[in-house]
Ligand binder design. Structure first.
Ligand code: SAM
Length: 150
């Protein structure tokens, strides 16, 4: 049976972040499951809620995925080749959906001090351009960022 319930919903974050909303799963997902498609429209300017999908292409997300926060210990990947969000681990209802922003963003419009609280936190999130290669090597990184790293 096809589950028509939206896969995520917006809620208030329990972390000390300036923009205080976050995205949580509305049901269970298994590692590797596709949670949703990435849907958006071309963005003329980059800003804190655009997503880079190619070397010179950024989109404005047209659904609640725009509330997906960054984490240095992410629970999902945003795969901009397949244009899908994939569970990085088994998730249960209420778990926060996060991704590693430098996996898609080369040079972010706004950097921020990360409040993810992970023991492997990179602290300043600014884009892949400013992230050490040994740090990036620990994460899934999209093809367009790999090209920019060459
Ligand atoms: C696309 S928005 C994500 C949703 C945002 N929390 C909101 O309420 O609109 C990206 C912004 O959220 C904040 N943010 C996301 N992840 C964060 C984190 N791990 N630590 C601190 N701030 C974060 C930053 O201000 C960032 O520019």
């Amino acid at each position: 049976m096809v589950d028509t319930k939206p896969p995520f919903k917006v809620s208030q974050s329990d972390k000390n972040i300036a923009r205080s909303l976050r995205l949580v799963a509305t049901r269970e997902f298994k590692e590797g499951d596709i949670i949703s498609k990435i849907e958006g429209k071309p963005a003329s300017d980059i800003c804190y809620h655009t997503v880079q999908v190619d070397e010179d292409k950024h989109i404005e997300l047209t659904n609640d995925l725009t509330y997906c926060n960054h984490s240095c210990e992410p629970t999902t990947i945003l795969d901009t080749t397949r244009m899908v969000v994939v569970a990085l681990k088994d998730l249960k209802e209420g778990d926060e959906l996060t991704f590693f922003y430098p996996s898609s963003e080369w040079d972010m419009a706004e950097s921020f001090n990360c409040a993810c609280g992970s023991s492997q936190c990179i602290h300043v999130v600014k884009g892949a351009k400013y992230t050490a290669p040994e740090v990036l090597s620990r994460y899934f990184i999209n093809e367009h960022i790999r090209k920019q790293l060459e």
